[in-house]
Design a protein around this ligand. Structure first.
Ligand code: FES
Length: 145
């Protein structure tokens, strides 16, 4: 049911953890499955994503998509990171079963939420970035654990 790449990223997730004093943090959740994903971005003064880490409390596909998403945005500019859609993440993983597509959506939303947080902290607007709907925020997450 899962591709080799999905299994590989699930078993050896890249960039797992957190970044202290991150430039932007995005937390999103899916109410149906209850899975939660958090992305930390370290963005330098030229707008390049220097480092990225994630924490995912969720299914295997959510772990694999988070891992792949971090690989895809690392070293990219903010604008380029916006192009990392759930489709791009799925393609990079050689596909996901249809029932797991929402997991990859969580990865895209978590990146967007972290970029939104970065923009807000710096009083800037990122062209093409819309306020993430599913950012459930810090407080609510703590209660979920
Ligand atoms: Fe919900 Fe995978 S089952 S994120």
């Amino acid at each position: 049911m899962y591709t080799e790449k999905v299994m590989e990223h699930f078993q050896n997730p890249r960039n797992m953890g957190e970044i202290e004093n991150a430039s932007g943090i995005g937390t999103v959740g899916n109410a149906k499955c209850g899975d939660i994903m958090r992305m930390f971005l370290d963005i330098d003064e030229t707008g390049v994503i220097r480092d990225v880490k994630f924490k995912t409390f969720g299914c295997g596909a959510a772990v694999a998509t988070s891992s792949m998403a971090t690989e895809l945005v690392k070293g990219k500019t903010v604008q380029e990171a916006l192009q990392v859609t759930n489709k791009a993440v799925m393609e990079a993983l050689d596909g996901l079963p249809p029932v797991k597509v929402h997991c990859s959506l969580l990865a895209e939303e978590a990146i967007h939420a972290a970029l939104w947080d970065y923009a807000e902290k710096n009083g800037m607007q990122i062209e093409g970035l819309e306020k993430p709907k599913t950012d459930i925020g810090e407080e609510e997450v703590e209660e979920e654990y």
